[in-house]
Ligand binder design. Structure first.
Ligand code: ATP
Ligand code: MG
Length: 231
């Protein structure tokens, strides 16, 4: 097999003396989606922080296009090809929706966000409104839109559908599928199994910071996956 876009191996990390992840491994090829699932508190977000560089590894390795990311700080990872939409604190509440979308970009190429804004007209209508006045689900849509608009080879989405209305969740799945068709890759943490299975090629389930199940999504029975979400 050719070198995967993202590869991580033996990832061990945590907070202070508390070790959360105990040696996780995975890989994401070009145009593929790795779905990450597990019950609350098992370490899904911690893995996303480890992959995006916000949390230093105590052990292990993360590579993107064969490049070891150990010395690439989080703010340089977008230039290296990795975009990250965290689970919490997804937008700048005091800035407008428009400012949230354009703040970090030099040019204003409207095409960047066209597909998402067409899919989420409520967001398009609220361009001049404070992002902090949006509902939790709308803020998630704004974060999703911003991240997809970056057109990074790899996007990390931590529970993108949390609080989002069902019809918009279906649109999110279609937008992810369109990016996949263009060769983009994703790591997506989700509790919404229907959404995850509509986009994921491979699954990594986590329990107590360890891999409890991994494999192609099409080969894992739905009941088995559901069992990894239930408390
Ligand atoms: N900043 C932090 N400092 C200390 N411990 C933390 C911190 N963030 C998370 N933890 C702990 O690490 C463990 C894993 O948390 P994490 O947020 O990665 O879980 P999760 O699988 O994303 O959960 P959820 O489904 O609720 O989002 C938990 O025991 C949590 O309490
Ligand atoms: Mg989490």
């Amino acid at each position: 097999m050719s070198t995967p876009l993202l590869d991580f191996d033996d990832v061990v990390c945590g907070y202070g003396d508390t070790m959360v992840l105990r040696g996780l491994a995975g890989a994401v090829g070009a145009g593929r989606v790795l779905g990450v699932l597990g019950r609350n508190g098992v370490g899904k977000t911690t893995l996303m922080r480890a992959l995006s560089g916000f949390l230093p590894l105590q052990r292990g390795r993360v590579t993107l296009e064969g490049r070891d990311l150990a010395r690439v700080p989080p703010q340089q990872r977008l230039a290296a090809g990795m975009a990250y939409a965290p689970q919490e604190d997804v937008v700048f509440g005091d800035l407008s929706v428009s400012e949230n979308l354009w703040l970090h970009l030099r040019g204003r190429d409207g095409q960047r966000y066209a597909a998402c804004l067409e899919a989420f007209p409520r967001l398009a209508e609220r361009m001049q409104q404070r992002a902090g006045s949006l509902s939790g689900g709308e803020r998630k849509l704004l974060s999703f839109t911003r991240t997809l608009g970056l057109r990074a080879p790899l996007s990390i989405l931590d529970e993108p559908t949390e609080g989002v209305q069902p019809e918009n969740i279906e649109r999110m799945a279609r937008l992810v599928a369109a990016r996949k068709a263009d060769g983009a890759s994703f790591v997506i943490v989700e509790q919404n199994l229907q959404f995850l299975l509509s986009v994921a090629d491979d699954i990594l389930a986590i329990d107590h910071g360890e891999c409890s199940l991994a494999g192609p999504a099409s080969e894992l029975p739905r009941e088995t996956l559901e069992a990894h979400l239930v408390v």
